[in-house]
Design a protein around this ligand. Structure first.
Ligand code: TMP
Ligand code: ASP
Length: 236
C-alpha cells in the first residue's frame, strides 16, 4: 500500500497527494460538485466515491484496449493511485451529438448527430472560461508539445470508439466527453485526470434522460441518482 504524503494540489473536485514513490500520486475524489468554472457549487455526499469508481472502471476498460493512461489502481472508495504526469494545459473534447457549448457557439440543435466524431481543443483556464483554441494557439502559447497533438487526437478518437460501444452495450449514449493528457514518467503521452459523468455527457438510450453533470448544471434532477444509474449499468 503506498503511503500518503504531502498534499500537492487541491482542485475543484480532487486533491492530489504525493506518495513515498516520487513517480506515483494519490487522487482523492471530493464530495463537491462545481459547474460554470466554479461559479455554481454544492457538497454532495457520495459523489467522490461514485466518480472514483466510475473512472476506475473506465480506465480499466481502456487499459484492456491498450490505451495509455495515468491510472494504476483504485485504492479505496475515494482514492486512486496514478502515475505522476507533467500535465498539458489542453482539454480535448470529442463530440458525437451536439450538446453544451457547441450548441451555443455554432448554432447546432441539441441532439443533432455529427456525420463523424468532432475533436476540439480548449485552453484549460478557468479565468478565461476554457476557450476554444486551434493548433496555432497551442503552439504559440506552448499549451502542449505540438508534436503530441496527433497522438492526442488519435487517442481521443480511439477512446471515443471504445467508450461509445461500451456505453451503448449498457443502454447509454455517449454524447461527448473531455480528456486531459500529460507526459508519464516513462516519457510516453497518456490520459490523465478523471473520466466520469463530470467530464462526459451520457444520455439514456431509451428515454433520453441525462445522467451526467448537466443534471447539476441546469437543475435537471438529483445528480447522484444519475451517477448511480450509470454505475449500476456499467457494473453489470
Ligand atoms: P462543453 O459542451 O461545455 O464544451 O463540454 C464538452 C464536454 O466536456 C462535456 O462532456 C463536459 C466536459 N467538460 C468538462 O469535463 N470540463 C469542463 O470544464 C467543461 C466546460 C466541459
Ligand atoms: N468543470 C467546470 C467547473 O467545475 C465547468 C463545468 O463543468 O461546467 O466549474
Amino acid at each position: 500500500m503506498p503511503e500518503k504524503k504531502k498534499k500537492l494540489y487541491e482542485g475543484k473536485a480532487k486533491i492530489v497527494y504525493e506518495t513515498d514513490d516520487p513517480d506515483k500520486l494519490i487522487l482523492h475524489f471530493k464530495d463537491s460538485a462545481t459547474a460554470f468554472d466554479g461559479v455554481k457549487k454544492a457538497q454532495l455526499e457520495g459523489k467522490g466515491s461514485l466518480n472514483n469508481t466510475i473512472s476506475s472502471i473506465i480506465f480499466e476498460v481502456l487499459h484492456k484496449k491498450g490505451i495509455k493512461t495515468h491510472y494504476i489502481k483504485k485504492l479505496s472508495d475515494n482514492e486512486m493511485l496514478v502515475w505522476r504526469a507533467e500535465r498539458f494545459l489542453v482539454e480535448v473534447v470529442v463530440r458525437n451529438l451536439a450538446a453544451g457549448s457547441i450548441v451555443k457557439r455554432l448554432g447546432f440543435k441539441e441532439g443533432e448527430k455529427f456525420e463523424k466524431p468532432l475533436v476540439e481543443f480548449f485552453y484549460k483556464n478557468d479565468q478565461l472560461h476554457d476557450p476554444l483554441v486551434c493548433e496555432a494557439h497551442i503552439d504559440l502559447m506552448k499549451l502542449a508539445p505540438i508534436e503530441a497533438l496527433p497522438t492526442m487526437r488519435e487517442t481521443a478518437l480511439k477512446v471515443n470508439s471504445i467508450l461509445s460501444e461500451f456505453f451503448s452495450q449498457n443502454g447509454i449514449i455517449l454524447v461527448d466527453f473531455k480528456l486531459e493528457f500529460g507526459r508519464l514518467p516513462d516519457g510516453s503521452i497518456g490520459i490523465v485526470d478523471e473520466i466520469s459523468p463530470d467530464s462526459m455527457r451520457l444520455w439514456d438510450a431509451e428515454t433520453g434522460e441525462k445522467l451526467d453533470k448537466d443534471r447539476f448544471r441546469f437543475d435537471l434532477g438529483d445528480l447522484l441518482e444519475g451517477y448511480r444509474k450509470v454505475l449500476e449499468r456499467i457494473s453489470q
